[in-house]
Design a protein around this ligand. Structure first.
Ligand code: SAH
Length: 255
């Protein structure tokens, strides 16, 4: 059989949020390359029949560099294997899936993309925050907070982001929350803008921290907020009451 690579989104961590297609390609995989972002429950359920390759702990030093991951995918596919590259959320939202696709194409390796439920939308939903709402937000902007906004030549237009309104969703932003809040405030975003930080969405130890924009960095450091977390900035955060209003009992979350 011809080898092939599947770039698969695992969703935000709840095995129930894996797509039917993701489950099917995982079940028939010869090789699965994963990192820690899909979370312990999904990783524990991967088929033992497949060769499992740990590409590293998300957010920390990588066991395998991106180049080696891509080289492995190409090599295994060329050996006729069905290769699953499993990624948290959706593979094409800040997951380097785009780069992997380019490499596979350049090597003539057949690829199928299996989209996933992205944390950018699902993790706010887990605590009752809709990213758009007719009364609160008609636009949602999803950005990476990985880059220090003070850095010379930041690729993000922070003045525009402060002005666009609606909901701003920040992934990979925990380490820079102080700089992000300060830059948005300096470009005129109101200090009272509500912010929620949702850590480890859909895991048993999911936690929410809220504060207005001018206080969120202090609150986050008081609470010891850690990645992975989704930061939501905007009026929709007012719709968050208590996360136990959303029933996640099947995950052991809530009352
Ligand atoms: N492709 C992924 C995002 C990869 S970037 C997706 O579509 O969801 C990694 C970032 O995603 C993390 O830093 C965090 O901001 C966010 N993230 C992913 N899963 C999460 C989860 N279960 N809980 C909180 N944040 C999560």
């Amino acid at each position: 059989m011809e080898g092939k690579v599947f770039l698969v989104g695992a969703g935000p961590g709840d095995p129930g949020l894996l797509t039917v297609r993701a489950c099917a390609v995982i079940a028939s995989a010869d090789v699965i390359l994963y990192d820690q972002l899909p979370g312990p429950e999904i990783l524990a359920s991967l088929p033992q029949s497949a060769e499992q390759i740990d590409c590293g702990k998300y957010g920390q030093s990588h066991i395998l560099e991106q180049d080696s991951i891509e080289a492995l995918m190409v090599e295994r596919a060329r050996a006729g294997k069905q290769v699953v590259r499993l990624k948290g959320g959706d593979p094409f939202l800040f997951g380097r899936g785009g780069e992997e696709l380019e490499t596979l194409r350049a090597h003539g390796v057949p690829v199928e993309v299996v989209p996933g439920v992205t944390s950018a939308i699902a993790v706010p939903a887990a605590v009752g925050i809709p990213v758009t709402h007719r009364r609160y937000a008609s636009v949602v902007t999803i950005i990476t907070g990985h880059e220090d906004p003070d850095k010379e030549g930041s690729s993000l237009d922070w003045a525009a982001l402060a002005k666009v309104g609606g909901t701003l969703v920040v992934l990979m932003g925990v380490g820079n929350i102080g700089e992000i809040a300060r830059v948005l405030l300096s470009h005129g975003k109101p200090p009272s803008t509500p912010v929620a930080i949702i850590e480890r969405g859909y895991r048993k130890d999911q936690r929410v921290t809220t504060a207005p924009l001018n206080l969120i960095a202090t609150r986050a450091s008081e609470e010891g907020v850690k990645p992975p977390a989704v930061i939501v900035i905007g009026g929709v955060v007012d719709l968050y009451t208590q996360s136990d209003t959303i029933d996640l009992a099947h995950l052991g979350i809530g009352p």
